[in-house]
Write a protein that binds this ligand. Structure first.
Ligand code: SF4
Length: 462
């Protein structure tokens, strides 16, 4: 009893980070992750609940209780194997997951939830360079095409390859990873980590063709593919409708982050306005600072409490010098003689809750103000770029692909779709969960039983 009370009273181990001075002019990873002693102390805080709500809350139902126990006991390879049974990219998810499991943890009200994500990262990082899985010779007849190399596409490819199918991924960009590479800055997800995880998919025998856009589904079928999984994501920015959005100094965050990620030269002035309140807005602001901008301000039409961005990321942005101007929305982008001069905003107040459950922002008449800026980055959401997709598919009025909610099959026999291209923007872990469902449906479509392989990894070893 005394031990339980003492265990309940232990506070969460803090996760070491680079100081602001060390990180502000570069893209080094901000979080270090736990050292061994701190990780084991943190894992010891887990109550090993009989019916753990963390597992239920995880989109892929990781056996969190088990891997945390194995981590606590120093059985790191076992812990990693437990994770790999349900999650192919533990080092990535161990860094970028919004960790709904931690929100559900019973310790949420007792000195913070268990740092499941950081424990997962620790376990994955112990074996970063290991070839976890051997190459699997294709054993089955079926050939599957996956369109898009983001988390949904890579996950489907990973499981289908483990089942024995020949899988080819077609990626229109020059590099793989989808939003994990071109949407998440490297100070949150280092490229070496992502490359390692994608290499393990390639080691299973998956072929990845970059710089290859799929124009026609017919061509894929003619080339011998018997099933197609479309997972091209939502890579198009949304306009604000305030004019001047085509100005060269005004950017969509999705283009901005992608260009930086792909190593293109992006020139910003000293003063940058970022419009939006989600993770993409915060990532854009922190990236702008790292590119040398001096005054970076996020404009958000509600308050901090309603910002959809991860609160710790918002905290880090503020520590780094990003300003957040709440209750303000742009009404006009201003320019003179072709030069961007500023952004005109209006102050807002919050009214009654809207359909999202958040209080509706209402403009305050006559409260307009102008902020002089050199660049505007628009980060109010992303949509599906229909022009880059086969026209024969059926689309919703929002431009997402229509699928059967259970099988993920589209209006075309043998063509499945999932991830952001169906749901709109979502978290990496949600896309991974969908990629697993796609692998199940495609296997059934090709005559299999639709059972995901979990035991093709090397025998458990310490
Ligand atoms: Fe451990 Fe929290 Fe999960 Fe309970 S809910 S098993 S304390 S991580």
């Amino acid at each position: 009893m005394i031990n339980t009370v003492l265990q309940l009273c232990t506070k969460r181990e803090s996760i070491p980070q680079l100081s602001v001075e060390e990180r502000i002019d570069n893209f080094q990873e901000v979080e270090f992750g736990y050292a061994e002693e701190e990780m084991r102390k943190e894992a010891s805080r887990c109550l090993q609940c009989e019916d753990p709500p963390c597992v239920e809350a995880c989109p892929v139902h990781l056996d969190i209780k088990k891997y945390v126990f194995e981590a606590r006991e120093g059985r790191y390879r076992d812990g990693l194997e437990t994770i790999l049974e349900r999650l192919p990219f533990p080092a990535t998810v161990g860094r970028v997951c919004p960790h709904p499991c931690e929100k559900a943890c019973v310790r949420h009200t007792h000195f913070d939830p268990i740092a499941n994500r950081a424990i997962k990262r620790f376990l994955a990082d112990q074996f970063m360079d290991a070839a976890w899985y051997p190459k699997i010779e294709t054993k089955l007849e079926g050939k599957v095409a996956v369109v898009g190399s983001g988390p949904a596409g890579l996950t489907a490819a990973y499981y289908l390859a483990k089942m024995g199918y020949g899988v080819t991924i077609f990626e229109s960009l020059p590099q793989t990873g989808g939003m994990m590479r071109v949407g998440i800055p490297s100070y949150r997800l280092p490229r070496k980590v992502l490359d390692n995880e994608i290499d393990r998919v390639k080691n299973l025998g998956v072929e990845i063709k970059t710089n290859t856009r799929v124009e026609s589904l017919d061509t894929l079928f003619k080339d011998g593919y018997q099933a197609v999984f479309v997972a091209t994501g939502a890579h198009q920015g949304i306009k604000m409708g305030v004019g001047e959005e085509e100005h060269p100094k005004v950017m969509e965050c999705i283009d901005f982050l992608r260009d930086v990620a792909l190593g293109k030269t992006v020139e910003l002035g000293d003063r940058v306005a970022v419009i939006g309140g989600g993770n993409a807005a915060v990532d854009s602001a922190r990236t702008a600072l790292r590119l040398g901008s001096k005054e970076v301000t996020i404009f958000y039409r509600r308050t901090r409490a309603e910002m959809p961005a991860s609160p710790p990321e918002v905290e880090e942005a503020i520590k780094e010098g990003v300003k957040i101007h709440i209750l303000a929305a742009p009404v006009r982008i201003r320019s003179k003689d072709g030069q961007l001069t500023g952004i005109e905003c209006i102050r807002m107040e919050l009214g009654e809750p809207d359909v999202s459950g958040r209080r509706r922002p209402i403009p305050i008449k006559g409260s307009e103000f102008i902020m002089e800026v050199d660049n505007v980055i628009i980060a109010i959401g992303q949509a599906v770029d229909k022009t880059a997709l086969p026209p024969e598919l059926e689309y919703t009025s929002l431009g997402t692909i229509v699928v059967d909610p259970i099988t993920l099959q589209t209006n075309i026999e043998g063509v499945f779709a999932g991830g952001d291209v169906v749901s709109g923007p979502s978290a990496v872990i949600a896309a991974i969960a969908v990629g697993k469902e796609a692998a199940i449906s495609i296997d059934k479509h090709l005559g299999g039983e639709g059972v995901l392989p979990v035991d093709l990894s090397p025998k458990r070893q310490c």
